[in-house]
Design a protein around this ligand. Sequence first.
Ligand code: AMP
Length: 547
Amino acid sequence: MLGLMQSQPLLISSLIEFAERHHGDAEIVSRRVEGDIHRYTYRDLAARARRLANALDAQQLQFSDRVATLAWNGYRHMEMYFGVSGSGRVLHTINPRLHPDQIAWIVNHAEDQVLCFDMTFLPLVQAVHAKCPTVKQWVALCDADKLPADSGIPGLLSYEAWIGAQSADYSWPEFDENSASSMCYTSGTTGNPKAALYSHRSTTLHAYAAALPDVMCLSARDSVLPVVPMFHVNAWGIPYSAALTGCKLVFPGPALDGKSVYELIEAEQVTYAAGVPTVWQMLLGHMKPAGLTFSSLKRTVIGGSACPPAMITAFQEGYGVTVLHAWGMTEMSPLGTLCTLKNKHLSLPKEEQMKIVQKQGRAIYGVDMKIVGGDGEELPWDGKTYGDLLVKGPWIVGSYFKGEGGDPLIKDSRGRGWFPTGDVATIDADGFMQITDRSKDVIKSGGEWISSIDIENIAMAHPSIQMAACVGMPHPKWDERPIVAVVKRPGTEVTREELLAFYEGKTAKWQIPDDVVFVDAIPIGATGKMLKTKLRELLKDYRLPGL
Ligand code: AMP
């Protein structure tokens, strides 16, 4: 017997319709590429998203055709999130920090029909447009009078003229909730990038889940600053969860330096901010020497790479801001786990609580996870045993766009498919997952594994260390031994011997790195993560001491 409830597809258009009707006057504030601050409301956004949908119809775009963006976080980008997907097309957010050849490759692979870009990326578009034959319309996200006289891009339109010529009357179409809504290519550290193709259903369910109290805990009382880019897994789904809750949104545009982010947080009384550790490093680096404090910020979600415990302490102890450590991937829309304490942990001493909040956290309802050994057998949840982390759920990829890479799933004894994350982790008895490493970054020493994240976290707890990256170096006896590459904080000093002595008592003796390499910078990839492949290249002539 079937239930007798109404059947209504979960569509992204319903999120913006809801926001317009119930939170029409809630604000969306953006620092623009033009440099000024722009303000409007969800009501304005909804009307302009409908104009955009009409513009796509006028362009003869078909259902599921791809519309790409090369854009910072801002209101026009947000309009595209709803206008493109809501009208049945697929929003393809491209990471502008990729190499131009890679960008051309993914535009062609996605067969993008329209590409909208912020003026910052005009030189990039000038470099790639001739290599992108599928794109029939290039649109600059600006006013008509800001278009350059001769951009060299045939038929280039300004976004404002493009959507301004259209009516704001539009009825969002109804279709299968499993239809594709947006796509995002993985960073592609090996081989060509592959695309996760999200659906309206997966995105809507993820938006509900992300807003839950033990997840991002978003509400109509929040002022939310997504510093995480809208080209990086849909800014962790925040634009959708924001429409669902009616929170105020504050977009930082291209200005991600510590000073600009701090000023925006204060000016817009931001209560909640989301970003990767490298961006928060810049914010804290700006605040500390100037003796600044936050007047409104209460919570920050940090993910994308491991959040160093020293950063959690700096936010919590130094500024009274609760850190929510999160883990996920492009293939997971992206949220998988988030770290919040359970009731029974509230009475624990601070140090014990700190050990928990450093973990990547508990699974969100909708995400099943397990760790397995080399034989594929599930490993115990004891907080010590580590294994390959597998996940499944309704917002996790089943296969990649165009079937690239074949079937990525691993079948269990009941025939259910699990996605291998490529991460190595432990899970404790309370279900708190902790990432030990990317499987390719784990250091194998004498048959035992050393977590590069643990080694980095200890170095970053030293007052003179701004950033640390641990890699394994070949060793004739032990197979590999860890070394740590570090960037010193400006104006501070620390020697190799002092830093190695700092490890004493903080980790097992055999896990202490064999050497410290002082570098000016650690290579950072397109999504703000450390690029260990690049670091290994830089250190290719390095030899361990005594070898
Ligand atoms: P991406 O798909 O580019 O977002 O990369 C996903 C990968 O980033 C994950 O598989 C992890 O290796 C890493 N990652 C994301 N969040 C965290 C975190 N909180 N701690 C450690 N690694 C993380």
